[in-house]
Design a protein around this ligand. Structure first.
Ligand SMILES: [Zn+2]
Length: 61
């Protein structure tokens, strides 16, 4: 049985790891660049990974 000392980061299930995306708004600005906005995953705040909400260390009496 293996034991990990540090838990591996879990890929965010809401964004599947793609936490930050650029969304095109359509059209281009006067310089010819695509107009985009950046959206971060609200579940992981753009990190792409989720952390366990349980704190095992704190659960010890
Ligand atoms: Zn996410």
């Amino acid at each position: 049985m293996t034991h990990r000392t540090t838990p591996a980061p879990r890929i965010c299930g809401n964004c599947d790891g793609f936490a930050s995306v650029a969304i095109t708004l359509g059209g281009r600005d006067p310089r010819g660049h695509l107009r985009t906005i950046t959206a971060n995953c609200p579940a992981c705040n753009g990190l792409g990974v989720t952390r366990s909400h349980r704190n095992r260390e704190g659960a010890r009496a």
